[in-house]
Write a protein of this length. Structure first.
Length: 66
């Protein structure tokens, strides 16, 4: 099943200068990608950022693909 990133990611000029973030958080797509590129696992992300779900992380990559 494909994740529709629009249900998980949005941009708001009042949050992080309009950078794409995970809805309901101030966690940017950029941060998730940076942590993943440094070897963080999905489990580590969820443990460190409890408001982030596995579907949110999948949505980051769907956003990147699109």
């Amino acid at each position: 099943m494909m994740i529709d990133w629009r249900n998980h990611i949005h941009s708001d000029s009042g949050i992080l200068l309009g950078k794409p973030t995970i809805k309901g958080t101030r966690i940017s797509v950029e941060l998730i990608l940076e942590l993943c590129s440094n070897g963080w696992t999905t489990e580590q992300l969820i443990e460190s950022y409890p408001k982030v779900t596995e579907d949110d992380i999948k949505a980051v990559f769907a956003y990147l693909r699109e």
